[in-house]
Design a protein. Structure first.
Length: 184
């Protein structure tokens, strides 16, 4: 009889907790793409996302003995990844690099010429600008929500109360709505 994914996960996580490099490789191959995509959506920069993904898995390995088999592993792993992103923001003490490159692009002649023909590109650029004006916690929550995470999962990953998540999400949506109205 085949093991269920839950049993397999617990078995692999137990081996990882004990220091098995093969179990670590299994976990890495299973979660690497999802963690990279999560970090890319937060950072809007492939190089940062790749570095942060690597940092996430290094922290996972260093803290493998803290794995709680009674709790949802993916939520813990996403929390590590999100905290790595916040650490990067704190180190930079400036607006995210993606906003700088977006500003440069919006000011470029190429963008100005294309914008006349591609209204949808304007709206996407406006949305990115508006998203980047939100507080980091609101950016994170709204991006996770639109990635398909449920309120409870977001709350678990970010170590927040579910009502706090709902409040941040509501405020983020309202801020985006007002900001996008300003862009026309």
């Amino acid at each position: 009889m085949a093991e269920t994914n839950k049993q397999l996960d617990d078995k692999i996580l137990g081996q990882l907790k004990s220091g098995s490099s093969k179990a670590f490789e299994t976990v890495l191959s299973f979660y690497e793409k999802a963690i990279f995509n999560h970090l890319y959506r937060l950072s809007q920069n492939r190089e940062d996302a790749a570095d942060l993904t690597q940092e996430t898995f290094l922290k996972l390995y260093k803290n493998r003995k803290k794995i709680d088999l009674g709790k949802k592993f993916s939520a813990w792993l996403y929390r590590i990844a999100t905290n790595c992103f916040y650490d990067l923001l704190r180190k930079r003490h400036r607006k995210p690099e993606s906003l700088n490159s977006l500003d440069n692009y919006l000011e470029s002649e190429t963008y100005q010429q294309k914008a006349a023909y591609y209204h949808i590109e304007d709206r996407i650029a406006d949305l990115e600008l508006a998203l980047n004006k939100l507080r980091p916690i609101q950016q994170t929550i709204i991006r996770m929500y639109y990635q398909g995470f449920e309120y409870l999962e977001i709350a678990e990953i970010l170590s927040l109360n579910i009502n706090t998540v709902k409040t941040h999400l509501h405020r983020a949506k309202e801020s985006l709505k007002k900001e996008l109205e300003n862009y026309g």
